[in-house]
Design a protein around this ligand. Structure first.
Ligand code: CAA
Length: 389
């Protein structure tokens, strides 16, 4: 794999990338097709990924993580997703949607109690924002949290929650003061076995099938006050800040899928013959490969740029929203472009379950949808440029 000349990787970065590559080849590649087929949650490999430090790459060692930076996170995630995007989804939710928010906004007790098990991969975290009637319009949620002494009582329904069927802990967003609209949203950490929390049936999905997704319902679910994440009314800001980090992860996931599709197409174009020539000698194929390669490299640059923007933000406190959204938008559309082209180059074989190319095609699609659709990323980017927010 080529490296961008702009970004020379440190030995530490090369090491984590190699470790993720080796792990993915040895542990995930042999089971990826089977778990895609059955839709079973790959518990064993996820536990092993935890032991390898992949479930909390940016989490400081004192909280159970690997204590590395965002570039290390995207390099490892890309390698895992190049082999199986479903494992990558579970990894990215633990890392960015769960641990990042608690590290940034949580109390010392919350970090010790919840980040340590999730970052070390002993527990699974989930992030519950979306509701049946509020997906892109996240601020329009209906789930309510009402204070009752030392507890908040949660009522409502969340859906499309990644890892929900198996999660030990959830970060949940609920309205505490609906009249204040987005300023009335508050975040909570809810333990999976809290009475009143019910998980729905596992969603049958087009792609990333080994990752488990379901609804979560809250019926008079009592959450202790000490499990409030941040202040009352700070929830929407927390949700958006966490999604900025999450979107860099989805971009890295998309890059991994795009690369897998590209490499499969390249190898096939070198070997397959038609009309007396290797098919790579036809412009209809070779120009597709050129476009795939170029978009992949452009995605990589945007992702590394977003990773650096996030690191810089640790010093300056500035938001890295724009860099994250651009990386997510371009990389996810690149994944879809590359997977589509790879299927086309393979012809009938691209449509067959004999090869992983059709899985890349199915897995790529979700990257244009979750953690903010491509349309939402365009909204965020254009509002930023027009000075509307
Ligand atoms: N960081 C910090 N604060 C932010 C922010 C950010 N990135 N983006 C917005 N805010 C703040 C604004 O500054 C503003 O604050 P004030 O009112 O105090 O000034 C406030 O939030 C409201 O901002 P907007 O008016 O821009 O909010 P909006 O209602 O118009 O929504 C949006 C903006 C970009 C459309 C947002 O709702 C959004 O990102 N929607 C998509 C939601 C999404 O990605 N959902 C995916 C859920 S996770 C998932 O996919 C499931 C899974 O399990 C993986």
């Amino acid at each position: 794999m080529s490296e961008s000349a702009l970004f020379a990787l440190s030995d530490e970065h090369k090491m984590i990338r190699q470790a993720a590559r080796d792990f993915a080849q040895k542990e995930i590649a042999p089971i990826a097709a089977e778990f895609d087929e059955t839709g079973e949650f790959p518990e064993k490999t996820i536990r092993k990924m935890g032991e390898m430090g992949f479930m909390g790459i940016e989490v400081p060692e004192e909280y159970g993580g690997a204590g590395m930076d965002t570039l290390a996170y995207v390099l490892a995630l890309e390698e895992i997703c190049k082999v199986d995007a479903a494992h990558g989804t579970i990894m990215s939710v633990n890392n960015s949607l769960f641990c990042y928010g608690i590290l940034k906004f949580g109390t010392e007790e919350q970090k010790k109690k919840y980040v340590i098990p999730v970052a070390s991969g002993e527990a699974i975290g989930a992030y519950a924002l979306t509701e049946p009637s509020s997906g892109s319009d996240a601020a329009n949620m209906r789930t309510r949290a009402v204070r009752d002494g030392d507890f908040y009582v949660l009522n409502g329904r969340k859906n499309w929650i990644t890892s929900a069927p198996v999660a030990d802990y959830f970060v949940v967003f609920a309205m505490t003061e609906p009249e204040k609209k987005h300023h009335g949203i508050t975040a909570f950490i809810v333990e999976g076995d809290t009475p009143g929390l019910t998980r729905g049936k596992k969603e049958p999905k087009l792609g990333i099938r080994a990752s488990a997704t379901s609804e979560v319902t809250f019926e008079d679910c009592r959450v202790p006050v000490e499990n409030r994440l941040g202040e009352e009314g700070q929830g929407f800001k927390i949700a958006m800040t966490v999604l900025d980090a999450g979107r860099i992860g989805v971009a890295a996931q998309a890059l991994g899928i795009a690369e897998a599709a590209y490499e499969a197409a390249l190898n096939y174009a070198r070997e397959r013959e038609a009309f007396g020539k290797k098919i790579g000698q036809f412009e209809g194929v070779s120009f597709k490969l050129a476009d795939m390669k170029t978009r992949i490299e452009a995605s990589r640059l945007l992702i590394y740029n977003a990773a650096f923007a996030k690191e810089r933000a640790k010093e300056t406190g500035e938001r890295f929203t724009l860099a994250a959204s651009m990386a997510k938008l371009f990389a996810s559309e690149t994944a879809m472009f590359c997977a589509h082209a790879a299927v086309q180059i393979h012809g009938g074989m691209g449509y067959s379950k004999e090869l992983p190319v059709e899985r890349y095609f199915r897995d790529a699609k979700i990257t244009e949808i979750y953690e903010g659709t491509s349309e939402i990323q365009r909204l965020v980017i254009s509002r930023n440029e027009l000075g509307l927010r």
